[in-house]
Write a protein that binds this ligand. Sequence first.
Ligand SMILES: C[S@@+](CC[C@H](N)C(=O)[O-])C[C@H]1O[C@@H](n2cnc3c(N)ncnc32)[C@H](O)[C@@H]1O
Length: 298
Amino acid sequence: MRIKHIPVLLDRSVDLLVRDPDGLYLDCTFGRGGHTRKILEKLSEKGRLVAFDLDDDAVKEAKMISNENFEFYKTNFSEINQFIENDSLTGAIIDCGVSSPQLDQAERGFSFQKDGPLDMRFNKDQELTCSTIIHNYSEKEISDILWKLGEEDESRRIARFIIKRRELKKIDGTLDLANIIKEAKRKKTKKHAATKSFQALRMAVNSELESLSRCLESLKNKLIESGKIVVISFHSLEDRIAKQAFKNKPNLVEKKIPLFEGELKQEFKVSKVLSPTDTEISMNPRSRSAKMRIIEKL
Ligand SMILES: C[S@@+](CC[C@H](N)C(=O)[O-])C[C@H]1O[C@@H](n2cnc3c(N)ncnc32)[C@H](O)[C@@H]1O
């Protein structure tokens, strides 16, 4: 069965992104092509769209788009430098995280509700899997991942339970791991006990925050004047990275680069957080935690 992905903040994000139909655009996270297709609808024959993803199913989906002004590359979006020239991009969109089909296919190992292997890789060519972390990392390393990336306040206890169990026998898939986490947790929560831990492990397996930081850093030089970046994030740390990456660097002042009397030249403008409407959330509950920011090069 083909599982659908409902694109989050679709119309608003693409309306804000595409101001020049003749421009060059980048969809860093093609997924199932929701944002890509909407962008293509808005482009003229002169306009171009490049898209990236690491997932083999995204590669298959991208092959179904035959527009001549569309190119797709299976690559990490942190590798922008290899594909896009400086001062050439009119706009870029990054829709962070995991798509619904990835989450819903048990064999990908992202779900704590369906049994699958401890995998969680976006890119099947990568060596590191969730199983590597669960079976080879130290108690402290596991606990740090759960605490830093999942903001899981029972991280130490969960890590201790994982180590104890793996000493007895291999942890045998996502449901086994979810049950160990459930057993470890003392506090009852509205969400499934394994929600935060699974999110943290996925982010660690795919080095998600590192890739996002590198991508945003590269994009600074790729954008043309008044070019825009749309970042849709689902985690407070992702949103913080998007916001911080475009803050003026205080060391410019410290080094006394001659601007106007200690004034800092502002290069980028970062919008406030834009959120999905109640109607969108009721139609697509996955959009509930989405936060969108628009970054503009001045
Ligand atoms: C939320 S989905 C994007 C959905 C897409 N906007 C749509 O409408 O169909 C995120 C996608 O980003 C991909 N992805 C995550 N990290 C990536 C990275 N560092 N480089 C390239 N693709 C990445 C995932 O494989 C996933 O397909």
